[in-house]
Design a protein around this ligand. Structure first.
Ligand code: AMP
Ligand code: MG
Length: 309
């Protein structure tokens, strides 16, 4: 708490991934986040609040849509983009007039937000270009030298970053897939199915972070349908490659089993750890079994495709 109040940064668990948190209203503190991560200055940060009641500290105006979504999904992994309030410095929003906000659903994050009583900017606590951290150990590995404090809240229960939604209009526009799915958004009263959240393609100019490649694995990554994943891994072994496999079934002889998962939510939770494990195991190519693009599966496939690019 004292660390944050003097404008420093801390490693913080949230339900999505570990964040690198600092006072969102203090430009110098926010600049420190960008410096530690090596994050491009035009890639805005998400501002974390203790409760929805604090929205007015950081936004200029709310909308009926934002209020409905907040009532349904906060605390939780849904980030709302709204017009920024005057108190939010330009460094936090990457120079935009809008600000991204959410209320995290994690006891450690909630306790810290309540104690500091300041909105906290908290992007993922990894060096830019590394997989997001989902354990305190991942944070220490990436940023240990730059951080005085990493709060250890155990492994993150969700494992992929929040869903980002532009909530300025009367329909939600999904800017980034996350564990709150389009189906979840549509289920909110007043949002007709087939509108906004489902049809509109991800707009890269509206979601600055989408311009950047999030994670460049040191190994090649191939996404394969469930029926073919193990066979593809075995085939690659025959070419002499060191092959890793992330799949729901058994691991063929000669293949390095990185992760065996049961469903998309489990893959979401363990995906980033698996990518780090594959790097540590020095595999040449990682074969990852695809999951159906429903619910959190859409976010998993989005992250996998970016990593495979
Ligand atoms: P991260 O903190 O790494 O999970 O990334 C946050 C992402 O949220 C950014 O990369 C943007 O894509 C998105 N974001 C943050 N602020 C805004 C904003 N004001 N408008 C649109 N998207 C935003
Ligand atoms: Mg990130």
């Amino acid at each position: 708490m004292r660390v944050l109040r003097r404008g420093d940064v801390v490693g913080l668990p949230t339900e999505t991934v570990y964040g690198l948190a600092a006072d969102a209203l203090d430009p110098a503190a926010v600049r420190r986040i960008f410096a530690i991560k090596g994050r491009p200055a035009d890639n805005p940060l998400i501002v974390h609040l203790h409760t929805a009641q604090e929205l007015e500290r950081v936004v200029a105006t709310t909308t009926p849509l934002a209020r409905a979504l907040a009532a349904s999904f906060w605390p939780g992994p849904l980030t709302l983009v709204l017009d920024a309030g005057d108190a939010v410095p330009a460094v936090t929003t990457g120079g935009l007039r809008t600000v991204a906000v959410r209320v995290p659903d994690h006891p450690v994050a909630a306790a810290l937000l309540a104690a500091v009583d300041r909105p906290l900017a908290a992007p993922s606590a990894n060096r830019s270009g590394r997989p997001s951290p989902t354990t305190a150990q991942h944070v220490a590995t990436d940023l240990g030298d730059d951080l005085e404090v990493v709060l250890d809240g155990g492994p993150c229960p969700v494992g992929v970053e929040s869903t980002v939604v532009d909530a300025r209009g009367d329909q939600p526009v999904v800017l980034r897939e996350g564990s709150i799915s389009r189906e979840d958004l549509r289920s909110v009263v007043g949002i007709p199915s087939g509108m906004g959240a489902t049809r509109r393609p991800v707009d890269l100019t509206a979601s600055p972070g989408s311009r950047y490649r999030h994670y460049a694995p040191t190994c090649a990554l191939e996404i394969v349908a469930p029926e073919g994943a193990a066979a593809r891994a075995a085939e690659l072994v025959d070419t002499g490659a060191r092959v890793g496999l992330v799949a729901s079934g058994p691991v063929p002889a000669g293949v390095h089993g990185v992760l065996r998962f049961v469903d998309a939510p489990e893959l979401a939770r363990l995906l980033y750890a698996a990518l780090r494990d594959a790097e540590l195991a020095e595999v040449d190519i990682l074969v990852v079994e695809s999951v159906p693009e429903v619910g959190v599966g859409r976010a998993v496939m989005d992250r996998l495709r970016r990593a495979a690019e």
